[in-house]
Ligand binder design. Sequence first.
Ligand code: 5AD
Ligand code: FES
Length: 362
Amino acid sequence: MAETQSLSYLCGLADKLEKSQNLSDDELHSVLLCDNPDFIHYLSEKARTVREKIYGKDVFIRGLIEFTNYCKNNCKYCGIRCGNKNAERYRLSEKEIISCCDTGYELGFRTFVLQGGEDTYFTDDRIVSIIRKIKSRYPDTAITLSIGEKDKESFRSFFEAGADRYLLRHETADKEHYNMLHPSDMSFEHRMQCLYDLREIGFQVGCGMMIGSPYQTTESLIKDLRFLQKFKPEMVGTGPFIPHRDTEFAAFPPGSAEMTVRLISIIRLILPDVLLPATTALGTIDPSGREKGLKAGANVVMPNLSPTAVRNKYSLYDNKICTGDESAECIRCITSRVSQTGYRVAVSRGDHIRYGNSVLTQ
Ligand code: 5AD
Ligand code: FES
């Protein structure tokens, strides 16, 4: 079917996406599956133009602090799932987390992403205390939490303590697919509920999905796109699925960089002002994956600020990059990669455009 579609028809679909016109399922199928290189180039150029119209040449950086790899969940794709007895567990103390922020602030980071498994040691009070410490020390920074599903009251206490953003990937908007990726004690409805709670409380909210996860179909991706159109998140994290040796998905093939980059472009077109990272997983599957993502509509990168000693333990998937590098080395590397794409790293909080504070650098 793909070969019979003319380039002008396909480019017309990209134009429709940009104008927020609803595409039919068949049309979305074509955009997702067609392998005409001229079309893929057109799509990515269009996404790049839209991104530059809104965020200029700035790339926002987020300092990622992976502060615990304990997790009470057993997601089938994830290397730090509780069932993985080979995972060497660690958690950082509050002092160690603050020390990562000190290093990060010095290096120019104005957003810290606190990411961890669902670790019951980190009670709401402990999280609130960490948020307050960081905010009082560095009032001009933003804090993003990525610590999984919680009650609405917990989310509210984090927001009131000063957290600004929350990342919770929905993983897939297709309920049946969700149930194939997660054990039966996790629910699609609860995950979605969390996203709506976060939105209502006032967070800048991020969702997102893996590309090429086991059992994903084009129909599931279409559901993801429809969900993004409806929910309108401020951030979308998408990276390729990459198998981890200690999971039941160890033998599944990884998602492709090409498909991930294509999704980045599509997401940029349907949500023009979204904060869209070129993820570490994309850089893992393809050595120039992050650069390709940035050139196709992404505008965020998230270098690692975790202490080198624990980095390889935060192993969600195999062969993760940047596990041996000091934070200073990581930001140097990222800065040079970003400038090779014609963009520049911004020293700013890098808020979503609707939340102000996002000053473009000269
Ligand atoms: N491959 C790619 N991404 C993964 N994640 C977890 N496991 C994997 C994997 N094997 C992603 C999930 C999660 C985020 C923190 O990392 O989407 O939400
Ligand atoms: Fe970490 Fe390149 S971004 S070494």
